[in-house]
Design a protein around this ligand. Structure first.
Ligand SMILES: Nc1ncnc2c1ncn2[C@@H]1O[C@H](COP(=O)(O)OP(=O)(O)OP(=O)(O)O)[C@@H](O)[C@H]1O
Length: 564
């Protein structure tokens, strides 16, 4: 009896591990994975049970089918705002269970039962003892796959998606691709687990893969701890064993024990969320060891500190023409045309609500322009995905910083480094990924060093002061290797001790030959840094020149500068 439950516990723990990769690492809350397991279970019972296929071949089809459904559901659900994901996956689960119960060929409400005589690679699977090895092997396989994905550069991007999708996309990552990828992989793994689960049960029924299973797996993830795979294994085994413990230990009747187990899951979930929201096993804070200076393979910061190019002679790197954007009745941007010149600093100034951040959003594709064009080194950016725009060389920071709080400073900057081998699933199984990641760490350290925060490399981002976090966000933008940097209010809200450092940093970025455009309310900062300034009012650029020209204008002085 206990061995029978152990089989089940191992399989449910494996399902909890897959769901944890999706929910805990990538932050995509889905309740569909019990249904994906159901697709696997029904495939086995239909092909191997009814039509006599070899079990291994039927398992292969189960994985492919569940993955294919995962891609389709993911394509529909993951493009929607995140709050709809849980509803979409719930609707999918109900539809799948409804379909299972409707078709006579799938056994109707009774399901496909009486499946026995299965064998896998010569191993006869007759009794509970026989299922122990395949169940344990599947758990080990699922754990290994999810661990490799989660605790790698790929997993770092997943955590970025979880923490802040917009900020992660602004570092050049195709966040939608990562979401679809992890959704499809975990769906396929759920299909495999469901195939084993139905084989062990000897049947596939609508109730076996219904809402109680989805809730049980969710309870295992939450109780075990988000983004802690070992926690899911422990919680998976312990929570599954509640029912036999109630029956054997306390003599509760079989039907009541199953119901009581569900009640206990609910109570445990509430308790954990109140007392220890991170779960029994907290997320493993992956501290990438900061490389020592001697280990850093190459200097990414140029020593050269050349005087800035004369603005008039500098080459135009970015040219925007006629950019406009309306939000309902509000014209946030109207016919914006501007140029950014190589190795210079351009400032965008103007009163609150003038459209400066909207201009950044339009340039970087965060908001799609109604009209207009943006050419970066001759390449049209309008219509390009925001992450592609970053990879083309145009990167931005945010007024509200948007660091990934549950990652360390070093990890925040590492995430920004482009073309990482370990971020591609195909490369994760090849040798050299660890060495490549150490090189990424070394490059990221250079940028932390550059902004003077190398000593904070292992500090979680949410433990930084506001000024420090703005500097880390600058380091992160630099690490993308973007040629043109759009800095949204780099000095605002920063206390006096850090403003000077920030000014030095931005000037040093220009000295490196990169092009900077900054939005800034602090006119002292603009005076100190800007080679050229655009003035915005009500969504339009109404004046441009040096800051001295603009502050000298009586009209502008009255409209804005007078107050400064
Ligand atoms: N997504 C949006 N939906 C609706 N209105 C928007 C949106 N984004 C910006 N706006 C509106 O567009 C106008 C310009 O806003 P924007 O944030 O670009 O100004 P800003 O110059 O950056 O202001 P601040 O200096 O206060 O940051 C404002 O009236 C704002 O309310």
């Amino acid at each position: 009896m206990w061995i029978n439950y152990l089989d089940q516990a191992l399989l449910l723990a494996a399902l909890a591990v897959t769901v944890n990769l999706l929910v805990g690492y990538a932050g995509q809350v889905s309740v569909a994975h019990a249904a994906f397991a159901g697709i696997g279970g029904y495939t086995i019972c239909f092909l191997a049970g009814v039509h006599g296929w070899p079990y291994a071949a039927a398992l292969g089809v189960a994985i492919v089918l569940a993955t294919a459904f995962g891609v389709v559901v993911g394509l529909i659900a993951l493009g929607l705002p995140e709050e709809f994901l849980i509803l979409m996956t719930l609707a999918f689960s109900l539809a799948v269970i409804g379909i299972f119960a409707t078709f006579d060929s799938l056994g109707g409400v009774m399901g496909l039962t009486g499946v026995d005589g299965l064998s896998l690679f010569g191993l006869e699977l007759d009794g509970p003892r026989d299922w122990l090895i395949p169940s344990a092997l599947v758990l080990v396989l699922v754990f290994a796959v999810c661990w490799r994905l989660g605790e790698s550069p790929y997993g770092r991007v997943l955590k970025g998606v979880r923490e802040d999708t917009v900020a992660t996309r602004a570092l050049g990552k195709n966040t939608f691709g990562y979401k679809i990828g992890v959704f499809a992989i975990t769906s396929g793994l759920a299909g495999l687990i469901g195939g084993l689960y139905s084989g062990w049960l000897g049947q596939a029924t609508p109730s076996a893969f219904g809402f109680p299973l989805a809730m049980a797996v969710f309870a295992m993830v939450i109780v075990g701890g988000n983004a802690n795979l070992l926690g899911s294994v422990v919680a998976g085994v312990v929570l599954t064993m509640i029912e036999p413990a109630l029956r054997e230990g306390l003599g509760v009747q079989s039907s009541q024990a199953a119901l009581l187990q569900l009640v206990l899951y609910g109570v445990l979930l509430v308790l954990v969320m109140i007392v220890r929201p991170q779960g029994l096993f907290a997320e493993r804070f992956r501290r990438v060891a900061p490389p020592s200076p001697g280990d850093r393979p190459r200097a990414v910061v140029a020593d050269r500190v050349a005087p800035p190019a004369a603005y008039a002679d500098a080459e135009v790197v970015l040219r925007a023409e006629g950019l406009s954007k309306r939000f309902g009745g509000i014209t946030a941007a109207k016919d914006i045309s501007l140029e950014l010149r190589r190795g210079t600093i351009t400032a965008l100034v103007g009163p609150n609500g003038a459209g400066k951040t909207t201009a950044f959003n339009l340039l970087t594709g965060t908001v799609v322009a109604d009209t207009g064009s943006v050419l970066l080194n001759g390449v049209e950016l309008v219509g390009m995905r925001p992450d592609r725009i970053v990879r083309a060389g145009l990167v931005r920071t945010f007024q509200d910083v948007r660091l990934l709080n549950r990652l360390t400073c070093l990890e925040n900057v590492m995430l920004a480094v482009p073309d990482q081998a370990g971020e591609r699933i195909g490369r994760l199984c090849t040798p050299g990924v660890g060495r490549a990641d150490r090189e990424v760490a070394a490059e990221a350290m250079e940028w932390l060093d550059f902004v003077g925060l190398a000593d904070q490399a292992a500090t979680p981002a949410d433990a930084l002061s506001y000024g420090q976090s703005k500097l880390v966000s600058l380091a992160r933008a630099l690490a993308t290797r973007g040629d043109v940097l759009l800095l949204d209010e780099p000095a605002s809200g920063v206390d006096a001790t850090w403003v000077g450092t920030m000014l030095e940093m931005v000037a040093a970025v220009r000295a490196e030959g990169r092009t900077v455009c900054l939005v800034e309310h602090n006119l002292d900062v603009v005076r100190e840094l800007a080679d050229h300034t655009y003035f915005m009012e009500l969504g339009e650029i109404t004046a441009s020149g040096t800051i001295a020209d603009l502050t000298g204008s009586a009209r502008l002085a009255e409209a804005y500068f007078g107050a400064q």
